[in-house]
Design a protein around this ligand. Sequence first.
Ligand SMILES: [Mn+2]
Length: 257
Amino acid sequence: MSTYVVSDIHGCYMTFLKLLEQAGFTDGDTLYIGGDIMDRGDGFLELFKWIKERHGKNVFMSLGNHELYFMEDLIDDVNSSNGWSRDSYGSIRFLREAKHASDENLREMFQFFNELPLFYDIEVGGKRYIIVHAYITEDDINYPDRMDEYDTTFNRGLATEQGWDRPIDGATVIFGHTPTLFEFYPSDVQGFIYREKGVSDDGKHYEKINIDGGCVWRAEGNLALLRLDDMAEFYEKRIDGKVEEFFLKEYLGGDDS
Ligand SMILES: [Mn+2]
């Protein structure tokens, strides 16, 4: 009975299964997924099914920016009279055209994502862990009703040190969203899990762990899995195929991971 954390799977279903197998994950273990299961890898439909079947039992997912925008874009898409929608990451077009998903499939995804929490606050082995897609502060924990979903799913403050002004005393925050392949990470941790302990200006002891190894970004990247019981790290290179060329060209240009 171990507890694992993964994030930013981005449709890499086969890679994800290989990673779980490597770690010896079973239904008796618990898995937290820090968001961004959609887009970029081509195994998203299968991945979604796997997660949905287990969600609330031994698998728990928090919302990522890709799911957030998918929901917003789907509302635009349905309400659009001229067939235009923003489709920020190409999710809707990919599902409809490449994977032949029905409107019922899309509705099912919307309903599932719409119920997801923005973070998890758990205890493993007497230690407190907070799992979130991108960003969280002490104020978010104390006043969850005021949490901003754009902040928790997009903000790079935890990765870049800019703006993380309210660390959570005594807690370890586990996040993804910003691949450790980014140039501001030391070269020897790029593509791997990055852990950092520190004391904030106002005396709070924190630890933060970036588990996004950027498996869909470059060959140096990995899909990373962390076991909280003994902090063992597991890695796999992406084996899932890429999505269509139009998707890569139109949506992978920027750095909006
Ligand atoms: Mn993200």
